[in-house]
Design a protein around this ligand. Structure first.
Ligand code: NAD
Length: 276
């Protein structure tokens, strides 16, 4: 594979670029993951709530790629938070994926008003200690949630997966993660492909390097040190999105993209999001 690894805080290597399957129905996910694996992706990001762990698992099983060469992430859904419920939900996800261990398990949302994420994470620590998960982490945790988690548990999260793209650059979160040794993983790295890929500055940088806007944005993430998991079900885009390791943005390009920060979320605010 052409994708370089990011070394997590427990020494586990995670590909810096992987394939996301949010909003992809199970059958379509099976086809898309199969295409991604053929194209050279080795990291897949799914979640219990996406409803496509089975399709993802079928594609993995059929791919012929050795298990140790794959990096599979799934996420615990909100309604399954709590120690015992987490242990059950993990078994279910693993069975749906058809795997006997997971590479990375994330708490999908903190749901601070429910006050369960510390107990939930203690179940993650047990699964990790039992050798059933190689790395454990969080998603959508604000620094204040991470602080409380770290104070109440013993394994520092390996990864926090958060909304992050040129319109929402998350400087404070990235800085806090770096201080704590937590890798930053960007969800919706392309800003969901909407306005971001039509921004003139991004198009211009692409023309300069003979690259597409999506490749420019993904390359920006890579040079910042973010882990990225772009999603596409279109084979040509799946290929395009992984071909970002043979060009370099210069300081002028990086500065032009830095200037696009609007600090505005597409997705929900983790402080108040509370469904499921
Ligand atoms: P994204 O930023 O990856 O954008 C995907 C969309 O961009 C596609 O549907 C397509 O419309 C467009 N696109 C993709 N490649 C393109 C290309 N080369 N050229 C032009 N357009 C292109 O958005 P996403 O799916 O929201 O995020 C990626 C992954 O992050 C998800 O699939 C999921 O795995 C993860 N995610 C996690 C959370 C969370 O709460 N943890 C939330 C959202 C997404």
């Amino acid at each position: 594979s052409t994708v370089p690894p990011k070394i997590l805080n427990n020494g586990v290597e995670m590909p810096q670029l992987g394939f996301g399957v949010w909003q992809v129905p199970d059958d379509e996910a099976e086809r898309a993951v199969a295409t991604a694996l053929e194209t050279g992706y080795r990291s897949i990001d799914t979640a219990a709530i996406y409803g496509n762990e089975e399709g993802t698992g079928r594609a993995i099983a059929a791919s012929g790629v050795a298990r140790e060469d794959l990096f599979v992430t799934t996420k615990l859904w909100n309604g399954d938070q709590g120690y015992d419920a987490t242990l059950r939900a993990f078994d279910e996800s693993l069975a749906k994926l058809g795997l006997d261990y997971l590479d990375l398990y994330l708490i999908h949302w903190p749901l601070p008003a429910r006050g369960k994420y510390v107990d939930t994470y203690k179940a993650f620590e047990k699964l990790h200690a039992d050798g059933r998960i190689r790395a454990i982490g969080t998603s959508n945790f604000l620094p204040e949630h991470l602080q409380r988690l770290i104070a109440g548990t013993s394994v520092i999260p390996a990864v926090n997966q958060i909304e992050l793209h040129p319109h929402l650059q998350q400087h404070a979160a990235r800085e806090y993660h770096a201080e704590q040794g937590i890798a930053t993983e960007a969800w919706s790295p392309l800003g969901q492909g909407k306005g971001l890929l039509e921004v003139p500055a991004i198009i211009a940088i692409g023309q300069k390097h003979n690259r597409t806007p999506a490749q420019v944005v993904l390359r920006w993430h890579i040079q910042l040190g973010n882990i990225v998991i772009p999603k596409s079900v279109t084979p040509s885009r799946i290929r395009e999105n992984i071909e970002v390791f043979d060009f370099i943005l210069d300081t002028e390009d990086l500065a032009a993209i830095s200037a696009l920060n609007e600090g505005r979320r597409i997705g929900p605010d983790p402080a108040t999001f509370d469904v499921g």
